[in-house]
Design a protein around this ligand. Structure first.
Ligand code: SAM
Length: 295
């Protein structure tokens, strides 16, 4: 099917930033990409887009949005908090017609399930200050959403991909890898952003697994991990002792040595523990709100 080029005749991204006075705000994690070669590379790294709904968080001046449309996305749903950016995207929306839906709002509060229609992917250059809570909030939508392809602060991306026995390994690594294959695709240096962030960035791809890697109740597993990683320097036995009067036996039955720390425990062993301690974990509501910052 031939499509009208949605970008032809539009002002350059630099002109959009200038003419709409898009002075960047640090509090909104605004580091814009104005080079279409880079945004198209990100869009292409998400794999096939033709026939897909693509949800984009934080379109900003629209560099990645343009790229997603140019790479063939059937429908782009773009959710942006900054009203100025939504206004600046009006000409692109007009050019793209019903292929682009723009929503002004806080992505942390938007239920993405409402936009899933047919095969769906998320592709975004995320606001770094809320990237982890956004991704953790989307995990229950896997595999309704086929993949997430996300620009992240490199260090944060590494947490999602981390293996046991590394500093970056934690709750987010286990919960994510349980439900997705995680791969860092490429690094992006600060100088390509406006303004340049102080950190290196990476594009990380999360491909949904058809089913989680090992059986476990998701709530029980999450609560186990919150407890397990709440005091990283303590042995696991100490962090979990409130869950069972025979925690050493429970650990041994799941192949975990008595003095192991959480960061030494594999995903498989965490799932075995979540199954074994499921009754206690499902009643353990204490950790739910208190420990959202346990990574
Ligand atoms: N995609 C654009 C690009 O690549 O040039 C902008 C990326 S910038 C890193 C992050 C964008 O997310 C900004 O436009 C910012 O206004 C927006 N944003 C920040 N917090 C948000 C939130 N909670 N919900 C939706 N958008 C948000």
């Amino acid at each position: 099917m031939t499509r009208v080029d949605p970008v032809e005749g539009l002002a350059s991204l630099a002109d959009v930033v200038r003419s709409f006075g898009l002075r960047t705000h640090k509090s909104l994690g605004q580091n814009f990409l104005l080079d279409l070669n880079i945004t198209r590379k990100i869009a292409r790294s998400a794999g096939r887009l033709d026939g897909y709904t693509v949800i984009e968080i934080g379109p900003g001046p629209g560099g990645l949005t343009r790229a997603l449309l140019l790479e063939g996305a059937a429908r782009v749903v773009a959710i942006e908090m900054d009203r100025r950016c939504v206004e600046a995207l009006a000409p692109l929306q007009e050019a793209a017609g019903n292929r682009l839906e723009l929503l002004q709002g806080d992505a942390l509060k938007v239920d993405l399930e409402l936009f899933i229609a047919g095969p769906t992917k998320i592709v975004a250059n995320l606001p770094y200050n809320v990237a982890t809570p956004l991704i953790m909030g989307w995990l229950p939508l896997l595999p309704l959403i086929e993949s997430f392809t996300l620009m992240l602060q490199k260090e944060v991306g590494a947490r999602f991909e981390a293996a046991p026995n590394t500093k970056a390994y934690g709750r987010v690594s286990v919960l994510t890898q349980w439900q997705a294959h995680v791969t860092t695709l490429f690094d992006v240096p600060p100088h390509v952003f406006l303004p340049p962030p102080k950190v290196m960035s990476s594009v990380v791809h999360f491909e949904a697994r058809r089913t989680p890697l090992y059986p476990a109740d998701p709530r029980a597993l999450d609560r186990l991990l919150r407890r397990a990683f709440s005091h990283r320097r303590k042995v696991l036995r100490a962090n979990l002792k409130a869950l069972s009067s025979r925690i050493e036996d429970d650990l041994a039955a799941c192949g975990v040595t008595p003095n192991a720390r959480a960061q030494e425990v594999s995903l498989e062993a965490f799932c075995a523990l979540a199954r074994r301690l499921e009754g206690a974990l499902l009643q353990d509501t204490l950790s739910d709100d208190a420990a959202d910052d346990v990574l």
